[in-house]
Design a protein around this ligand. Structure first.
Ligand code: ATP
Length: 302
């Protein structure tokens, strides 16, 4: 495991930041770290990157305990809403960060050339940051986090301010980094994006873990069936309600939950054998957004 935490808890005085967070992040995966505003995500990321001390709990990062300073060189961090001086050029910024990372001077130029190429900013390094678009600034932030060639990257909302093209560019970089064997912990509110790139995820709410696991596993199972049919009798409806008692029937359209492929086939048979005219039947898997909302809202009602 690249990250293994054990009951990480942080109190700011009496105020809870996060509580008993135990997660496992595997090598080479993109791990989604999700939760509503104020859930405790930034608190946890700050603890992992050494910017905050936990009140209690332990963690191993890249095989070393949390407070081991040697690990910091192997970690890259792109904070949320970072802001750099507009008067600097891209090259100035990367050189400055390379000196903070204490990179070998003989190797800095070559490394800057590499990270610029990775984030597709080659040729822009002599321009001032004030002339960069938000997408370019974000990619430069990523380039800076990549300078020490980290094994583990923490990305805090890397695409929230970007348009769809900018998001795709950052997504492509994440995929390329994963291809190179890097591990990424991604904090994002853009759930469709998380669904596209992440292998596993954790959702936290009010400081605590609500659910965690493999993305495919978490989204497996329940599917929604959308049906267009005419001549749906009360008898057909009653039989369909045995599959989903909360189904919705309106204007010759039925939406219902099914748990297996068998249920899909059974549904079609009930309609056709009952004399209904079936025009369309399609399945839609549970998406991360609906799962997220049901978990968070369900938790709030408790
Ligand atoms: N420096 C601080 N002092 C006191 N309370 C804090 C501090 N930083 C965060 N908190 C509190 O800790 C809780 C978790 O905040 P945190 O910023 O970690 O959440 P988050 O999930 O990152 O939220 P967002 O998605 O809005 O960035 C919140 O209730 C917040 O008010």
């Amino acid at each position: 495991m690249v990250i293994e935490t054990n009951n990480i808890t942080k109190f700011y005085g009496k105020k809870l930041g996060c509580k008993d967070i135990s997660i496992s992040v595997k090598e080479g995966e993109i791990f989604g770290f999700l939760g509503p505003n104020g859930a405790g995500k930034s608190t946890f990321i700050k603890i992992m990157t050494g910017l905050l001390f936990p009140t209690s709990g332990t963690a191993m990062i890249l095989g070393k305990p949390l407070n081991d300073i040697s690990v910091r060189r192997r970690i890259g961090f792109l904070p949320e809403n970072f802001k750099y001086g507009e008067w600097m050029t891209g090259e100035d910024l990367l050189s400055f960060h390379a000196s903070l990372y204490k990179l070998d001077k003989n190797f800095v130029k070559e490394r800057i050339r590499e990270v610029l190429s990775l984030v597709k900013l080659t040729g822009h390094e002599k321009y001032k940051l004030g002339t960069y678009s938000k997408g370019m600034q974000q990619r430069l932030g990523l380039a800076s986090a990549l300078l020490p060639d980290p094994d583990l990257l923490f990305l805090d909302e890397p695409t929230s301010a970007l348009d769809p093209i900018g998001r795709k560019e950052v997504r492509d970089i994440m995929t390329e980094l994963k291809r190179r064997g890097k591990t990424i912990l991604l904090n994002s509110h853009l759930l469709s994006e998380v669904e596209m790139v992440c292998d596993s995820l954790v959702i936290i709410n009010k400081g605590s873990v609500v659910i965690q696991g493999d993305m495919q596993e978490l989204l497996k199972g329940e599917e929604i069936l959308h049906i267009h049919a005419e001549d749906i009798s009360g008898e057909i409806l009653n039989m369909l309600k045995k599959i989903d008692e909360k189904l919705v029937f309106e204007n010759n359209r039925i939406s219902m939950k099914v748990n297996s492929k068998d249920d899909v086939q059974k549904t079609a048979a009930i309609i056709v054998n009952g004399g209904g005219k079936l025009y369309e039947l399609k399945t839609q898997g549970t998406n991360l957004e609906s799962k997220f909302i049901s978990l968070i809202e369900g938790g709030d009602k408790k």
